[in-house]
Write a protein that binds this ligand. Structure first.
Ligand SMILES: CCCCCCCC(=O)SCCNC(=O)CCNC(=O)[C@H](O)C(C)(C)COP(=O)(O)OP(=O)(O)OC[C@H]1O[C@@H](n2cnc3c(N)ncnc32)[C@H](O)[C@@H]1OP(=O)(O)O
Ligand SMILES: Cc1cc2nc3c(=O)[nH]c(=O)nc-3n(C[C@H](O)[C@H](O)[C@H](O)COP(=O)(O)OP(=O)(O)OC[C@H]3O[C@@H](n4cnc5c(N)ncnc54)[C@H](O)[C@@H]3O)c2cc1C
Length: 676
């Protein structure tokens, strides 16, 4: 008998070690999934979608992805995404972004696909920056997938410094067109996903030139390939940039223009415009054209939390079936999950996954508020959200990379095999440290905001500080950590405030010593990025506490409180040196934090498997597909790891023949020669 997604996901025939873990859980994984995904409906819809997908064989991988060449990977991801396209209207609510994200992640996995950017980076800027008329012209076609698009901003020579993008869009008064041009090799667009071979349209970011004046980066809708032949249009050079650390089922590309003309109406002009006579109509905010990037960054906390959760699901389940070494009982080896070091490796990362997902919810809601305000012409929230999302994207991507790498090491040798799927998740997740703004660059954006806020506080204007930075003006009152989470928040506020002030003061001292503003900034940059990280980590902690406070179900609240306490102690321990430095934290308090941390690990141990089960990733999503025995393997929810690893190895193309050409052509002659 198989009982799918019952409370503790107990199924007959599962590895008894995993079943034992599930039986010890103190909570219902379905209820936890509701908390993770925000509602009963969404959690249930995810299960229904997973179930429906598992019944459609053409949506399964036709071969283990690591055994495919790049061309085969692209063919396979395209096959799956187009097959999925046919089923989508029946399987999901087409207007629900969460359902769409979930089903794509089920079917495609982490390899990428030629339509991934179409939905996340082509349609959104069109919606945000396009006028009603432009929506009429392109949006319906894009949504129906009559056309495929991408977002082409980064160039070979410039990614971080958008103001210096070299691709130009020069307005021609005589023809009322924009002339797109790539003046140098460095100006080639480079990196955009799905540009290389798949897209026939692109939202292109180019510097707008009118009567020789440069108005900075603007967004243009550009058709790059013929809709019938799919050949590049005359005046366009486009291609794939080659294999990458991950995303090899997608065709990141390059793009160059040779005086390529587009109509005036192709400037996305909801917020700005170029009139027929060349008059430039300014947007309500200088950085309005960057709004799409805030949107993507606001989604990254939840996204990265989910990436890390997938790697942890694999590692925790595996750690519960992997037995190695002894504790007290010498007659049976222990589950490696029982080692304190293994728990210390994995459990704080589980806590971070939950923290990032909860933080992600708040950030997405904040973005939605911003979007509504922008639509009615109010841009006052932009600066705050830009600062916040710059910090969040940087901290969560970095820590997710750390967490996934720990998950890999926690699986020992098998973690290093592509059968674990962890390397693919890792490659994809750490891309986030770079895309949507390189992490250091974005931390420095947040630092600008923090420095300004400290300056306000120093000028005695704490009332002018926004709610997220109000703590910069709080007095220093020592805290007793025994009293609970609020004391941890206060300790973190002190640490973060002190670092922001120290960095600002250093910056001021540099300038007072005669160093230019930019040079002074650079000489303080490490301290400034530290301030940004601390501020962001404080924000993540606060969102975690808010979420746990809001939970009514007692059994869920209890286990999440354990997880939150682990998070608080782990995070504080990690930054304790800042508070020890000025005596705000005593060495006794430091000892208390460590003890609390170890006790949290023990409390979480019996719930560890169910905490990762609660993410409810299907085996297909973890590339441990039940439909086909050959696929990976370590994260299987049934825990039958070893026989599947053996099947995986047998399916390696190298094992399809006993004697390889490498042996007949080289090794054998070498050995024969040696005998002479
Ligand atoms: C599945 C895989 C998907 C992968 C998808 C990946 C897609 C991509 O990567 S697309 C490309 C993304 N590219 C980037 O993110 C580039 C990062 N760079 C940038 O965003 C900008 O160059 C940036 C923000 C660093 C600097 O911009 P710049 O115009 O030079 O502004 P700068 O001079 O630093 O700041 C001026 C002011 O603008 C503000 N500002 C900058 N950006 C914004 C914004 N988005 N909103 C509001 N204010 C902003 C600054 O805070 C600053 O304010 P203040 O003067 O008050 O301190
Ligand atoms: C997987 C992936 C997908 C992508 N998809 C797209 C896409 O769809 N569309 C698109 O347009 N682009 C895309 N990109 C490009 C991406 O947005 C850029 O690579 C990113 O913005 C970083 O810019 P860069 O490559 O110029 O890095 P650089 O800025 O050259 O970074 C190199 C180093 O310089 C440092 N640095 C740079 N400037 C500063 C500064 N001011 N202060 C301190 N340090 C600095 C950085 O911290 C970093 O250490 C993608 C990239 C990846 C990896």
């Amino acid at each position: 008998m198989t009982m799918v997604f019952l409370n503790k996901e107990i199924r007959d025939g599962d590895n008894p070690d995993l079943t034992e873990e599930r039986k010890t859980a103190t909570f219902d994984t379905n209820k936890m999934a509701e908390v993770i995904y925000g509602s009963e409906k969404l959690a249930r819809r995810r299960r229904e979608i997973s179930q429906a997908v598992s019944l459609i064989p053409e949506l399964a991988d036709s071969k283990p992805l690591p055994f495919l060449s790049r061309n085969e990977k692209i063919l396979e991801s395209t096959r799956k995404v187009t097959a999925l396209n046919e089923h989508l209207p029946r399987l999901i609510n087409m207007n629900d972004e969460d359902e769409a994200w979930h089903i794509h992640s089920e079917v495609i996995g982490f390899e990428g696909n030629p339509l991934a950017l179409h939905h996340s980076l082509f349609i959104p800027p069109l919606v945000i920056q396009g006028s009603d008329e432009q929506h009429e012209k392109w949006l319906g076609r894009a949504k129906r997938r009559e056309i495929i698009g991408c977002y082409a901003q980064t160039e070979l020579g410039h990614g971080s410094n958008i103001r210096k993008l070299e691709t130009t869009a020069t307005y021609s008064l005589s023809t009322q067109e924009f002339i797109l041009h790539t003046p140098t090799i460095n100006a080639l667009k480079w990196w955009p996903g799905a540009l290389g071979k798949s897209s026939n349209h692109a939202v292109v970011v180019a510097s707008l030139i009118i009567k020789e004046q440069n108005y900075g980066p603007h967004l243009f809708m550009v058709q790059i390939r013929d809709e019938q032949s799919h050949e590049p249009l005359p005046g366009i050079a486009v291609g794939d940039i080659g294999p990458k650390m991950a995303f090899n089922g997608a065709d990141n590309g390059f793009l160059g223009f040779n005086n390529f003309r587009i109509p005036r109406g192709n400037l996305l002009n909801r917020h700005c415009n170029v009139e027929v006579d060349g008059t430039y109509v300014r947007p309500p905010h200088d950085k309005m054209n960057y709004a799409g990037m805030i949107r993507v960054r606001s989604r990254m906390a939840a996204e990265q939390g989910t990436f890390m959760a997938q790697a942890l699901t694999i590692a925790v389940r595996y750690s519960a079936v992997r037995r190695q070494g002894f504790l007290e009982n010498k007659s049976q080896e222990v589950k490696v999950l029982d080692y304190q070091t293994q728990q210390h490796r994995l459990f704080p990362a589980i806590a971070r996954s939950y923290a990032f997902i909860f933080c992600g919810f708040e950030t997405i809601q904040k973005y939605e508020t911003l979007q509504n305000e922008m639509n009615s012409g109010n841009v006052s929230l932009m600066a705050d959200l830009h600062a916040l999302t710059s910090g969040i994207k940087s901290v969560v991507t970095y820590q997710t990379g750390e967490g996934i790498e720990q998950a890999r090491m926690a699986c020992g040798g098998h973690g290093y095999s592509m059968a674990s799927y962890i390397s693919e998740i890792y490659g994809c997740a750490i891309g986030g440290c770079t895309y949507e703004g390189e992490n250091m660059v974005m931390l420095l954006q947040l630092a600008r905001y923090l420095v300004k806020s400290v300056e306000l506080a120093m000028r005695g204007k704490p009332g002018d500080l926004g709610p997220m930075v109000a703590y910069l003006a709080y007095p220093d009152i020592k805290v007793d950590l025994v009293t609970g989470p609020e004391a941890y928040v206060k300790m973190f506020q002190h640490i973060s405030k002190r670092q922001s002030i120290k960095a600002t003061e250093k910056f001021h001292r540099k300038m007072e010593s005669g160093v230019s503003r930019d040079e002074a900034w650079n000489q303080c940059a490490v301290e400034l990025t530290r301030a940004s990280r601390l501020h962001t980590r404080l924000y993540i902690i606060e969102t975690f506490i808010r979420r746990v406070d809001s939970i009514e179900d007692l059994s869920i609240k209890m286990v999440l409180t354990d997880l939150m306490n682990l998070h608080l102690n782990y995070e504080l321990l990690d930054v304790a040196s800042y508070a020890l430095e000025d005596g705000f934290m005593s060495s006794t308090q430091m000892g208390f934090i460590k003890n609390q941390l170890y006790s949290s690990l023990e409390k979480i141990r019996p719930n560890a498997v169910s905490l990762v089960d609660s993410f409810q990733f299907s085996d297909l999503q973890l590339r441990s597909n039940l439909l086909n025995f050959l696929f990976q393997v370590l994260g299987r929810r049934d825990g039958h790891v070893y026989q599947n690893l053996f099947e995986w190895a047998k399916s390696s193309p190298l094992n399809q023949t006993e004697v390889l050409p490498s042996v007949t052509q080289y090794l054998k002659p070498m050995m024969e020669k040696a005998k002479l």
